[in-house]
Design a protein around this ligand. Structure first.
Ligand code: A2P
Length: 268
């Protein structure tokens, strides 16, 4: 129905999720997740390094929404050695018996070493799907070469200013779904005049336009907000479409030169 995407392993990921990067553990995180679930989100994206898995778990439990109806992602912190052990710890904090998606958070220490442990975590039933995050085309090639079970997702920084076409195409060829984090450019792309103009023409908000730009090409988005009205606003993206000319204008805002450049690589 245009709200979910089928991954290469046959599972389905809802196109809209709430991201909780930089949301401190505690009531702020619990509230954000609760508000998202109340607003109809069925996909929550956290990570070990965010330090807020316990709050995510608390909100899931308190929401009363069935666990099976929620798509839950967490990420292996590659500073640790063992994805299986870390998955057990994440599940304990989250209060669930599996996550839907478990990602290698970034290619620290090389792109491949953690992958056999990720495969093992999937075999043990700790994760329905496994994938990677912040991997560029070379990283994907390296992990693909050694994988018995291929990654089904690469979650990366992606928005019209970071329209990483080469990476998107490479993911397409490999049957990997690119997921967009920072779909609002951590807020910075909301200020783009072209985005604002398109939003005004359509009677929508800049945030809704940016999220629509992704989901209209089947790219799952995980916008972050701790404000209820914004969480709700970001959820209202299935009742309009961007016309082709608006999509093309947004495509033209790319600042990476279509290279697929890993904008994150200076973060570690
Ligand atoms: P806040 O959490 O205070 O609401 P991204 O998802 O690209 O990382 O962007 C997240 C940033 O954008 C956060 O600073 C968040 O602020 C802000 N934000 C999220 N949704 C909206 C919105 N609908 N309107 C304005 N700012 C938003």
């Amino acid at each position: 129905d245009g709200r979910a995407r089928v991954l290469a392993d046959g599972t389905e990921v809802p196109l809209l999720g709430l991201g909780v990067w930089q949301v401190p553990d505690g009531p702020e995180c619990v509230d954000a997740v609760r508000w998202a679930l109340d607003a109809g989100y069925r996909h929550i994206d956290t990570a070990q390094v965010y330090g807020n898995e316990a709050s995510v778990g608390k909100a899931l439990k308190e929401s009363g929404v069935d666990r099976e109806d929620i798509y839950l992602t967490t990420k292996f912190l590659p500073r640790s050695k063992d994805p299986v052990h870390e998955a057990e710890e994440s599940l304990r904090r989250l209060g669930v018996d599996h996550v839907d998606l478990y990602l290698v958070h970034w290619p620290a220490g090389g792109p491949e070493w953690a992958w056999p442990g990720m495969e093992r975590a999937a075999e043990l039933g700790y994760a329905r799907s496994i994938g990677v995050s912040n991997f560029n085309t070379d990283d994907l090639a390296a992990v693909s070469a050694i994988a018995e079970r291929q990654p089904v997702v690469d979650q990366v920084h992606f928005n019209p200013h970071a329209f990483r076409r080469a990476l998107l195409e490479d993911c397409g060829r490999r049957g990997i779904a690119l997921e967009a984090y920072s779909p609002l450019g951590t807020g910075s792309v909301l200020k783009d005049a072209t985005v604002a103009e398109i939003a005004a023409d359509l009677g929508r908000t800049s945030a809704q336009v940016l999220l629509r730009w992704c989901i209209q090409r089947g790219i799952p988005v995980i916008p972050k907000s701790v404000h209820r009205e914004r969480i709700e606003q970001n959820g209202q993206i299935f009742d309009f479409e961007l016309p082709a000319d608006a999509m093309a204008r947004l495509d033209g805002l790319d600042e990476t030169g279509g290279t697929g450049k890993a904008l994150e690589s200076n973060w570690w």
